[in-house]
Design a protein around this ligand. Structure first.
Ligand code: SAM
Length: 320
């Protein structure tokens, strides 16, 4: 984990990137869920381009500090530029959120009043990162959120055994054509490795019979999602982070987690149900308003769960 204090702003690039700025989802619900208090210390464990953190600091200017973590240094650079008006009330940390407990110790913070996790990738990753997250761009097949990660999507596509590739596309993509897709990839890579996103999108699209192509999404959507989840170990990271949350929160401290697919939401739901130090404050996950879903298509699959840390031995009370 390292601080990014010395990063220079990429002015002209940033201006171009603003056109495809990430729009933070469910902002009013998150601000409410965190129950912001003056003097409080909060963690944005998935800082991204800083949209939620900006909203937090605007809503409650008396907050002492927001610690912003991201595993992607490029995202941190952009957040740092956007959040510069807030001065040293925001700290930028390059770290995977699985290390949150250590990050808090290292920064002499201890426990905090609230933690936000807005999972997955941002619009920046799809539109501007040049890392092959999107099937509609011809880019190197990388898909690492943290560019120092060990394995790329190209490694997986070209090296995984057929059985493992099939399982991965099935499990993380929920793709009913996983077997055919994996076999087509496997056959294709015998002639030449698949190295970019357009090539992979074509191979996937060609392995699904045309009459079964989904109508609303690109036929490669699920396979790309599966690879991204696997490359970034998203499920393992989330599980590990969920285990560490109680040790990072003050009594009555809040955690808000926004997930974008059912596998993630299931992990959050189970953690909130089974860890008696985390009291869920929402019976069902909150979803975006119809207006938000209309204006921000990425919000459509968002689900927000909120919980509160209860000191062992304290009585839980029923909410919403
Ligand atoms: C959906 S975006 C967050 C967007 C942000 N809330 C905003 O308003 O701009 C998720 C961010 O979390 C980061 N991320 C994903 N998994 C992470 C992990 N395990 N540790 C740290 N950062 C992670 C990604 O790099 C990405 O920038």
């Amino acid at each position: 984990m390292t601080s990014t204090a010395a990063i220079s702003p990429l002015n002209s690039e940033l201006a171009a990137k603003k056109e495809t700025m990430h729009c933070p989802v469910m902002v009013p619900e998150v601000l409410d869920g965190l129950s912001l208090r003056p003097g409080g210390v909060y963690v944005d464990a998935t800082l991204g381009l800083g949209g939620h953190t900006e909203a937090i600091l605007l809503k409650c200017p008396e907050i002492k500090m927001v610690l912003g973590l991201d595993c992607d240094t490029e995202a941190l650079e952009q957040a740092e530029s956007r959040l510069s008006p807030f001065g040293d009330r925001v700290r930028f940390i390059h770290s995977n959120f699985i290390h949150l407990h250590d990050v808090l110790l290292f920064n002499r913070i201890g426990r905090v009043d609230g933690i936000l996790m807005d999972l997955g990738i941002s619009t920046f990753h799809l539109e501007n990162s040049r890392r092959g997250f999107s099937f509609s761009r011809n880019e190197p097949l990388d898909m690492r959120m943290d560019p120092s990660g060990a394995v790329t999507a190209a490694d997986m596509v070209n090296k995984l055994p057929l059985k493992r590739l099939t399982e991965l596309i099935q499990t993380y993509g929920g793709e009913r054509w996983a077997k055919r897709i994996a076999k087509r990839i496997y056959d294709r890579r015998k002639t030449a490795p698949i190295l970019n996103s357009t090539e992979l999108a074509e191979v996937v699209a060609n392995s699904i019979p045309r009459k079964y192509h989904p109508r609303r999404i690109h036929p490669a959507t699920r396979t790309f999602q599966a690879l991204r989840i696997a490359v970034n170990r998203e499920m393992d990271n989330l599980k590990e982070a969920l285990d560490s949350l109680p040790s990072c929160l003050r009594p009555e401290g809040r955690v808000c987690i926004i997930s974008f697919h059912s596998l993630e939401d299931r992990l959050v739901k189970i953690a909130f149900r089974e860890d008696n130090r985390l009291q869920p404050l929402t019976k069902k996950p909150l979803v975006p308003s119809p207006e938000e879903m209309r204006s921000n298509p990425r919000a459509r699959s968002a689900k927000l769960r909120i919980a509160q840390y209860i000191e062992p031995g304290e009585t839980q009370f029923k909410l919403i």
